[in-house]
Write a protein of this length. Structure first.
Length: 220
């Protein structure tokens, strides 16, 4: 299992668009690898269709997308037609690769197997994993959903926006933050440094008397 801040393992895999070397394919971009229990399943189809519609948003953020499912490339290619139909985008070229992982080699390496979800042979399938990798190949976020719960890709976009913002500025995003909302100065920034960085600082008065809640407009 890969931990936050660790280098995400490189691997070679077959996809419906041909073989990829993950690190080479990612290049200098941010990336999302998300896994699926099985082709031709209802929740997975809705998820990949949603991603298909959100590709312009991911492209604006400089994020590459790759999916993984424990099925063959031939199966992926047939499933893609269902995904495009569900998304009502039959006339579009499918824009991201889906990795073949029939042997569960990658699913095992990345800790994505769900013992409660098995195929017709009793072999565990992948859970709904989400890995966000930055341009230095470090893992910046991981989420693991059970097979019965579909992911919220609006939340995944929100997280990427937060990661990219806090990478650039010495701020943190509070609960339920959305792009454009106020942010907080990181605790590691002294009051003296904060005053040099920001003109409009609102410090929240707390019973403890501590001044750690320092709110500023989102940097542009």
């Amino acid at each position: 299992m890969v931990l936050l801040g660790e280098t995400f393992p490189n691997f070679e895999a077959e996809t419906q668009i041909g073989p990829i070397n993950f690190h080479d394919w990612l290049g200098d971009s941010w990336g999302i690898l998300f896994s699926h229990p099985n082709d031709f399943t209802p929740v997975c189809t809705t998820e990949l269709a949603r991603v298909l519609k959100l590709i312009p948003e991911f492209e604006k953020l400089g994020v590459k997308i790759v999916a993984l499912s424990c099925n063959s490339i031939d199966s992926h290619r047939k499933w893609i037609e269902d995904i495009k139909a569900y998304a009502e985008m039959n006339d579009k070229e499918f824009p991201y690769p889906i990795i073949e992982d029939e042997t569960r080699k990658l699913a095992t390496l990345l800790g994505m197997l769900d013992p409660a979800e098995v195929d017709s042979y009793g072999i565990p399938m992948t859970a709904r994993a989400v890995f966000i990798i930055d341009p230095t190949k470090k893992m910046r976020l991981s989420i693991l959903y059970p097979a019965t719960t579909g992911r919220n890709f609006d939340e995944i976009l929100r997280v990427i926006e937060s990661l990219q913002l806090t990478e650039k500025y010495k701020v943190a995003t509070p609960v339920d933050w959305k792009k454009g909302d106020q942010v907080m100065i990181q605790p590691t920034v002294s009051d003296e440094e904060a005053k040099k960085l920001y003109n409009d600082i609102k410090t929240v008065t707390l019973p403890s008397g501590k001044t750690y809640l320092r709110i500023v407009p989102q940097p542009l």
